[in-house]
Design a protein around this ligand. Structure first.
Ligand SMILES: [Zn+2]
Length: 315
């Protein structure tokens, strides 16, 4: 039998922003950071950063068309006004992943009801309205929570909320390519503030999270592309004989040379390796292989650094 080469793709997600978010972009290149001294932020998502979610894009602090995040790196894109916190995939969105108020405040804008499963911004995408909540904090600083899941917004205009109070759930509404939260901070005079300015987070997420498996996909059939990795079917427990086994990963973090190994009992190609080549905060990988031909239970295991991360049994 001819052995097929694995089909592998890796691409960092690119989360985009709303029209509302673009409209005041010119304000962001001030030399003095605006005063937001009275506010400190807790993380707007629960769970563990770098495992349950990962920061995929920071605020762009580069002048003109230059791109620079708060560490001088390139984990952003031109004119990005907020911080994008990516979930592993739509499975995680479907379980309901709460978005939390980053500080106490009052609800000053709410929108809900928009389609929440976007995987591309598309034609006229910047005109697509996201589901959102805006809070105004003491002193007039505002925080925005964009791309929320449809029907998930659970606060109303004028309501007072406490820090960590759930506002809604992560989604992919508006101009968005994957389920994520766009968290944006505005000073009292409307200028973009990078929440990674010193002393704004009480507990900032790591800039360089270790390579971590966030989720994996096992499919009876070929994985057709990155969009399917974002929105995968439930993991298969059986693979059709002489069919195709699709395997996918949603990874957070890592440095060049870091590897994750996928081992397949009984397969013609018993090990697949995802090796990080640059520093993508969030990467998707997939392979399509001939299904293992012999009968009986076979195991798929995923390891990094000699440590077992996940195991899946196939019949
Ligand atoms: Zn964003």
């Amino acid at each position: 039998m001819r052995e097929r080469l694995p089909d592998r793709r890796r691409a960092a997600t690119a989360a985009l922003l709303s029209v509302a978010a673009l409209s005041a972009c010119g304000d962001r290149e001030r030399s003095e950071p605006p005063s937001v001294a009275s506010v400190r932020f807790v993380l707007p998502l629960g769970g563990t950063p770098g495992r349950d979610w990962v920061v995929n894009n920071y605020v762009d602090r580069g002048p003109g068309s230059g791109v620079r995040d708060y560490q001088g790196g390139r984990k952003t894109y031109d004119r990005h006004r907020g911080t994008d916190l990516d979930l592993p995939n739509f499975r995680w969105m479907d379980r309901g992943f709460p978005v939390l108020a980053a500080a106490a405040g009052q609800v000053t804008a709410v929108h809900d009801g928009e389609f929440d499963r976007s995987v591309s911004c598309g034609f006229l995408g910047l005109l697509k309205q996201p589901n959102l909540v805006e809070l105004t904090h003491a002193g007039g600083t505002r925080s925005l929570y964009l791309h929320l899941r449809r029907g998930s917004v659970r606060v109303s205009l004028g309501q007072t909320v406490a820090a960590r109070q759930p506002l809604g759930e992560v989604g992919s509404s508006g101009c968005s390519t994957a389920p994520h939260l766009h968290f944006e901070v505005l000073s009292p005079d409307g200028a973009v503030v990078d929440p990674f300015e010193p002393n704004l987070w009480t507990d900032p997420p790591p800039y360089e999270p270790a390579l971590t498996l966030m989720d994996f996909v096992v499919k009876d059939g070929a994985i057709t592309g990155e969009d399917e990795l974002k929105d995968p079917p439930a993991n298969a427990a059986r693979i059709s004989p002489a069919g195709t086994l699709g395997i996918g990963l949603s990874l957070a973090g890592g440095s060049p040379g870091d590897r994750i190994h996928v081992r397949l009992e009984g397969a013609a190609q018993p090990e697949l390796v995802a090796e990080i080549q640059d520093e993508p905060p969030h990467s998707y990988w997939f392979w399509n292989l001939p299904a293992p031909r012999h009968r009986g239970t076979r195991r798929i295991t995923i390891h990094a650094g000699g440590r077992l991360l996940a195991r899946h049994e196939l019949r």
